[in-house]
Design a protein around this ligand. Structure first.
Ligand code: PAF
Length: 280
C-alpha cells in the first residue's frame, strides 16, 4: 500500500491510473477505522481496478465547541487494517496543505444542509461538501463510497455532485451494526460501559418504527411517539431529533408511505449518536 501525504503526489498517482485506464474507487474517512469503513473498502475493491482510502480529520466540519481536538485517532492501526483489506494507496494530507493560509472557498448545498443535523451543527455540511469536493478533485475517483448511517451527509454529497456536474459516482453503502444493533461509529469509542449499553435504544427505536410500518400505520406521530418512548426508557438520554422524513428532501412527511426514512440523533452523556432506517 502506497502512503501519500502530498497533494501533488496524490494527483500524480491518480493521473498515472487514468493514463493506464485504471478506475479508482475512493473511500474518504476521518480514521479510527471500524468494520463499517472496511466494508466500504471491500465494496470499492470489488467495483474498481484500484482503491484509495483517505484519512483526514477535517477541521472545517467541526463546530467550535465540538470534538475536533479529541476526535479518536489510531494511525498505525488504521494503516494495518487498510493494508490487510488490499487498499492500493492511502492518502494522508495535513490541514496546512488542505486549508493553507488565505483559504476562502467553500461549497454549500443550501437546502439539504439545513434540517436535522444541520440545525445543531451549522456549517457542518459546508465543511463536509468542501472537503469531499477537494478530495474528488485531487484523486479524480470514478466512484466514491459512503456509509448510510450518515444519511444526510450522503444526500448532501450526492446533490453536490449532481449540481456541480462532478464526474465521480457517489455510492451509498449499508450501515454496519454491532451484534446488538448499534450502528458502528468511531464516536462509539467515547461511550462509557453503561452508556454503550444504553445506546442500543437507538436501534430499538428504529426497530419500533419498522414494526409500525409493517402494520401499515400512516400517522407519522405514531412513529415519532414510539421512537421517543424507546429512547426515554433509558435515563439521561436526550433526543436531539426523532423524525419521519422524505428520503430525498429530508422534509417531514404528513402521511407515511413508502419510501420513508426514520432518522434520529440522540445525546448520551457527551456523545452525540445518529442512526436511521429506510422503509420501503
Ligand atoms: O463521514 C466522514 O468520515 C466524513 O464526514 C468525511 C466524508 C470523510 C468527510 O470528512
Amino acid at each position: 500500500m502506497k502512503i501519500i501525504t502530498s497533494i501533488n503526489e496524490m494527483k500524480e498517482w491518480s493521473r498515472k491510473c487514468a493514463l493506464n485506464i485504471k478506475s479508482v474507487g475512493l473511500v474518504p474517512t476521518m480514521g479510527y477505522l471500524h468494520e463499517g469503513h472496511l466494508s466500504l473498502v471491500r465494496i470499492a475493491r470489488s467495483e474498481n481496478d484500484l482503491t484509495v482510502a483517505s484519512i483526514f480529520v477535517n477541521p472545517t466540519q467541526f463546530g467550535e465547541k465540538e470534538d475536533l481536538n479529541v476526535y479518536p485517532r489510531d494511525p498505525e492501526g488504521d494503516r494495518v487494517k487498510l493494508e490487510s483489506c488490499g487498499v492500493d494507496a492511502l492518502f494522508l494530507p495535513d490541514a496546512e496543505s488542505m486549508y493553507g493560509a488565505g483559504y476562502e472557498t467553500f461549497v454549500e448545498v443550501q437546502q439539504l444542509s439545513l434540517p436535522l443535523c444541520g440545525q445543531s451543527r451549522p456549517g457542518h455540511f459546508r465543511g463536509v461538501a468542501t472537503v469531499v469536493l477537494k478530495l474528488f478533485n485531487i484523486i479524480e475517483p470514478a466512484r466514491a463510497y459512503f456509509g448510510s448511517k450518515d444519511y444526510q451527509q450522503l444526500q448532501v454529497i450526492k446533490k453536490m455532485v449532481r449540481d456541480l456536474n462532478v464526474r465521480t459516482e457517489v455510492i451509498g453503502c449499508p450501515t454496519i451494526r454491532e451484534a446488538d444493533g448499534l450502528a458502528m461509529s468511531s464516536r462509539n469509542s467515547y461511550l462509557s460501559r453503561s452508556e454503550r449499553k444504553q445506546a442500543v435504544c437507538l436501534y430499538e427505536a428504529l426497530w419500533k418504527a419498522q414494526q409500525l410500518f409493517i402494520t401499515n400505520e400512516t400517522d407519522p406521530n405514531e412513529y415519532v411517539g414510539a421512537m421517543k418512548d424507546a429512547i426515554s426508557r433509558e435515563p439521561g438520554l436526550s433526543p436531539e431529533y426523532v423524525r419521519l422524513v422524505d428520503p430525498d428532501t429530508l422534509k417531514d412527511v404528513s402521511v407515511v408511505q413508502a419510501p420513508v426514512l426514520a432518522i434520529l440523533a440522540v445525546r448520551i452523556g457527551q456523545t452525540r449518536l445518529i442512526d436511521n432506517v429506510l422503509m420501503s
